[in-house]
Design a protein around this ligand. Structure first.
Ligand SMILES: [Fe+2]
Length: 344
């Protein structure tokens, strides 16, 4: 196996390649280094089979879509990823193959709901931002949950063999790798801590938000990169009422205006859509404000795949004076999980 961290900065991207088979995968590619990735693939004569983000990133623009356009590589993300253009949605236990290298997907939520770790050839683990070296990723972004993170690390990561090499998504102290055994016994944030102690620590970190978080996160979530769209601030997103699917279900008979902000392929895709919902993709929302003007005083419910893009759309509407905007909590994923009716 040819395995290399490609960025040599605090934010890590990993190349996993089988040079005999001429196949490769890149995990967590960043937009500013695309030329470097293409160069290393060309130099080693590797065909890029897939790219994947361990989670929806808030600190940098993902290069997955751009690389897919340039190389034809597939994009794999977790089932709950809000990204609209994904070739395969993976879940806990799924196996991916790069030449003779086998990669097991572990669902390790906590930093974000869509966080996954990659267990490569049963000897190394790419942990994304769930477990860092002598630390853990923050759990205070939207959808983050310190309890889930504790469970992910304790039950999915720390149950792997002690000599499993850990490669994190970030490192701020110049480390490049650790092992499960070292982190299990010495990681100051989680080693020997109870779940309650861990949650208390994480709830009291009071970390500042990264610069440009809004800009980056929303583009990574939505694939909408348009200067004309002013993305709402986090505080504005937090004000949106998250409505339980069961409540939304009582309002589907014309009581509320239901707007689905996914792409047309998703609206007509496997998750289907709610009967009577209107399709206006997130990118089209700003241009559709005039058409929506007569609904200004009505109850509006925004819908998407996982609830991320639609919360953005809700905040955009609220920001221009719509008074009663709500979001379908958990999106069509939650709706389908409850077995509620859909149209295709
Ligand atoms: Fe992250």
């Amino acid at each position: 196996m040819f395995f290399q961290e490609l960025n040599n900065i605090q934010c890590k991207s990993y190349l996993i390649a089988d040079t005999d088979a001429g196949e490769a995968a890149i995990i967590d590619p960043i937009e500013s280094n695309i030329d470097r990735y293409l160069a290393v693939l060309a130099y080693h004569n590797l065909k890029l089979k897939f790219v994947s983000d361990t989670h929806t990133h808030a600190d940098h623009r993902s290069a997955c879509s751009a690389i897919r356009r340039l190389t034809g590589a597939k994009i794999f993300m977790h089932e709950t990823s809000p990204q609209p253009y994904v070739d395969g949605r993976v879940n806990d236990g799924d196996m991916l193959q790069v030449g003779s290298i086998s990669i097991k997907v572990l669902h390790t939520p906590g930093h974000t709901p869509d966080s996954i770790s990659f267990y490569v050839n049963e000897d190394r683990l790419l942990t994304g931002d769930v477990l860092l070296i002598q630390g853990t990723g923050r759990s205070d972004f939207a959808g983050g949950d310190p309890g889930d993170q504790y469970d992910s690390i304790i039950t999915k990561v720390f149950t792997l063999p002690d000599d499993t090499i850990v490669f994190p998504g970030h490192d701020y102290r110049g480390n490049t790798q650790s092992t499960v055994g070292i982190e299990k016994s010495t990681n100051p944030r989680i080693a020997g801590k109870t779940r309650e102690e861990y949650i208390h620590i994480m709830d009291n970190l009071n970390l500042p938000l990264p610069e440009r978080i809004q800009e980056v996160l929303q583009i990574n979530q939505s694939e909408v990169d348009d200067d004309r769209i002013k993305f709402p601030l986090l505080a504005e997103l937090n004000q949106i009422l998250q409505m339980e699917p069961a409540v939304v279900k009582t309002k589907t008979a014309g009581e509320a205006v239901i707007i689905d902000v996914r792409e047309s392929t998703e609206y007509h895709g496997e998750l289907g859509h709610i009967e009577g919902s209107r399709l206006i993709s997130l990118a089209e929302i700003p241009a559709s404000l005039d058409a929506l003007d007569s609904d200004r005083e009505k109850e509006i419910i925004l819908v998407c795949r996982s609830g991320a893009r639609s919360t953005t759309a809700a905040a955009i509407l609220k920001g221009v004076g719509f008074s009663n905007v709500n979001n379908l909590k958990g999106g069509m994923l939650a709706w389908n999980k409850l077995g509620f009716p859909v149209e295709h």
